[in-house]
Design a protein around this ligand. Structure first.
Ligand code: ADP
Ligand code: MG
Length: 271
């Protein structure tokens, strides 16, 4: 059985930060793997044209793979494109392909352009129920480093935003723009959306800079910031090239333990 309680309803997280390289994909992959490891049913939706989350989780995503692109643009069902992660039981993945790069523009002229992911997810939940499949506990949507229509679709589909913040110079730069966008989404498209979780990534406790960033983030986000910080770790960086999460790549590493702790904190906050 589960040591941790299942959420009362599926918790849907958008993992977003308009900066690249801050740990969005790494955190999506490893938090999802950590939650699946604890027995939860988890879905990752890759909506970054780079498809890094798909790659890291060992999911094929060559140009001819049916993907989130076909769901958003051609009304394919999520059930038709979802794949089981070979590395982690209980984790399934909706892959992204390079076609998604064009979706940002193609979406503009489509009906309900901001709601397409939300509708696809709702339909998928009903589909799973009709198939007698267990309810999903957690969904993580890995966003591109931009605030275009793909990210808007993710914000509309989610209840929670998880913002990874890299413990580096300029960590908070541009964050107010992200928060403004989230505020706009709350006002016009998704009133339940909230920034529930801030995750500090690539933390190096030996530097003054890192602790400065931590206290600055705590000043702004006292409630939201997780107390588990993700350390800078070679194991975390290496794992994707073996198409493994760091949890299965090196379970006793500091990086794996940090993601397991962060996942447990996220679980406890729901109840
Ligand atoms: P984003 O999705 O925000 O662009 P990534 O998750 O792809 O960022 O991370 C950017 C790079 O940093 C990747 O090469 C990744 O392997 C590396 N990385 C992420 N987190 C860590 C960490 N805690 N320790 C070491 N390297 C990391
Ligand atoms: Mg990424």
């Amino acid at each position: 059985g589960l040591a941790l309680e299942r959420p009362a309803e599926t918790r849907i997280f958008t993992v977003s930060n308009q900066k690249g390289g801050v740990g969005k994909t790494t955190s999506t992959v490893n938090l999802s793997a950590a939650l699946a490891d604890q027995g939860f049913n988890v879905l990752v939706i890759d909506i970054d044209p780079q498809g890094n989350a798909s790659t890291a989780l060992g999911i094929p995503h060559s140009a001819d793979t049916d993907s989130i692109y076909d769901v958003l643009i051609d009304d394919l069902s999520l059930a038709d494109v979802v794949a089981d992660c070979p590395d982690v039981d209980g984790l399934s993945v909706v892959p992204a392909t390079i076609h998604l790069a064009g979706a940002e523009i193609e979406l503009v002229s489509l009906v309900a352009r901001e709601q397409r992911l939300q509708r696809a997810l709702e339909e998928y939940f009903r589909h799973r129920e009709s198939q007698g499949q267990e309810r999903l506990d957690y969904v993580f949507i890995d966003c591109p480093p931009s605030l275009g229509l793909l990210t808007v679709n993710a914000f509309v589909a989610a209840q929670e935003v998880l913002i990874p913040i890299q413990c580096e110079y300029y960590a908070l730069e541009g964050l107010s723009q992200l928060l403004n966008n989230i505020h706009m989404i709350q006002k016009h498209l998704n009133p339940v959306l909230r920034v529930s979780t801030i995750l500090l990534t690539m933390y190096d406790g030996r530097t003054n800079l890192a602790s400065q960033v931590v206290s600055e983030v705590k000043e702004h986000f006292a409630e939201e910031v997780l107390s588990s910080k993700i350390p800078r770790s070679v194991r975390i960086a290496e794992a994707p090239s073996y198409q493994q999460s760091v949890i299965s790549y090196d379970r006793s590493s500091s990086g794996a333990l940090a993601y397991l702790e962060a996942a447990a904190e996220i679980v406890k906050r729901s109840n």
